[in-house]
Design a protein around this ligand. Structure first.
Ligand code: FES
Length: 133
């Protein structure tokens, strides 16, 4: 992806955000923010009976990069298991968003993924603890 393609890709997600909104029923619902700015983004997810994400939403306030990344991340994680979400890396995400564009703002680019990963980790731990009872 060259620089212009990366800009177009980010602006498309910013202008036409995927999965923006709120879930009525969520297994994961967590709000994250960045130190140094007042932006916050809430990410929600619901898992089906096979343990895969069958619905995911995000909402909140953020800069262009954080909003575009939230849209992209929620599109990426549909159908994933908790293990697969936890295995996603910030470095891979930055590459997929266009490293040249977002590397100066890594905390913006990774806000939604970091929030989702924390929420999924908590959900996963809670579920394992229930299964051990
Ligand atoms: Fe706040 Fe980017 S400046 S999330």
């Amino acid at each position: 992806m060259d620089r212009q393609e990366a800009i177009d890709f980010l602006l498309d997600h910013y202008d036409n955000p995927r999965n923006q909104g709120e879930l009525d029923q969520a297994d994961v619902s967590l709000t994250g923010g960045n130190p140094g700015c007042a932006d916050i983004i809430t990410v929600q997810a619901h898992f089906d009976h096979d343990g895969k994400i069958d619905a995911v939403r995000w909402h909140g306030e953020g800069c262009t990069i954080s909003r575009a990344a939230a849209s992209y991340v929620t599109e990426m994680v549909e159908g994933m298991t908790p293990d697969e979400v936890e295995a996603m890396t910030f470095e891979d995400l930055i590459d997929q968003l266009g490293r040249e564009l977002v590397m100066t703002r890594p905390t913006c680019a990774t806000l939604a993924l970091g929030t989702l990963k924390r929420g999924v980790h908590e959900y996963h731990m809670h579920k394992r603890a229930q299964e051990d009872l």
